[in-house]
Design a protein around this ligand. Structure first.
Ligand code: URA
Length: 220
């Protein structure tokens, strides 16, 4: 009992000193680190067996998302492809390798950000998600974003942008603006698969990522 009281005192002293040095914000963010991770894990356990649409019956893996549960930047893709379905992780195919390279160029790794998709299960033959599949899956995305609370959401491609912004526009019209999603900044850029199909999209995408680096990544 005495040991317990001593330990509590040590922890309290440490937290008070920490608060003095680093101020409230960092102090509370640190505590939330653990919470976001727990909340995300619990949420995964809750939804991982979803069979709300037909895609669930055909999947190898439910592709929840990957990265830092407390990330400041979240990337939202469209849906898992073959490789993602097999591995259970978003963006691990050719497009994913390209995304990793672009992240690296702005000194970020996939461990620091969070990467997820609008759909958690693979549509057959990599077809576009259909509206009813998006309707079923979107609440999962919403809840994940609510738990992570990033500073910036990057929508990769038009389907992600249309789902998050509830608006039908061309990718060109979505780009070059800071939109808001539940009060969080949201930027739209090309999907990595589009860059592989059309290298002309690489330059504007690089502009978008330079903007992200300048405005949302501190001191690198
Ligand atoms: N395309 C996506 O939109 N997401 C993935 O995870 C893989 C490919």
């Amino acid at each position: 009992m005495l040991k317990m009281i001593k330990m509590k005192r040590v922890i309290n002293n440490f937290l008070n000193q920490y608060k003095e040095v680093y101020d409230d914000k960092l102090y509370y963010d640190k505590r939330m680190d653990i919470k976001s991770s727990d909340d995300l894990n619990q949420y995964y356990e809750k939804i991982k067996n979803c069979l709300n649409c037909s895609l669930g019956h055909k999947r190898n893996n439910f592709v929840f998302g990957v990265g830092n549960p407390n990330a400041e930047i979240v990337f939202v893709g469209e849906a898992p492809g073959k490789n993602e379905d097999l591995k259970g992780e978003p963006f691990v195919g050719r497009g994913g390798k390209l995304l990793d390279k672009i992240l690296e160029a702005i000194k970020l790794s996939r461990k620091e950000v969070y990467i997820l998709n609008v759909l958690k299960c693979r549509p057959p033959d990599n077809r576009d998600p259909n509206p009813s599949e998006i309707d079923e899956c979107e609440p999962y995305l919403k809840e994940q974003l609510k738990i992570i609370k990033p500073k910036l959401i990057v929508a990769l491609g038009r389907i992600s942008a249309m789902t998050l912004l509830k608006k039908k526009d061309s990718l060109g019209d979505f780009r070059n603006k800071i939109h808001k999603y539940e009060n969080i900044d949201l930027l739209v850029t090309y999907h990595p698969a589009a860059l592989l199909r059309n290298p002309n999209f690489k330059k504007p995408t690089w502009e978008d990522f330079k903007y992200i680096k300048k405005n949302y990544i501190n001191g690198r």
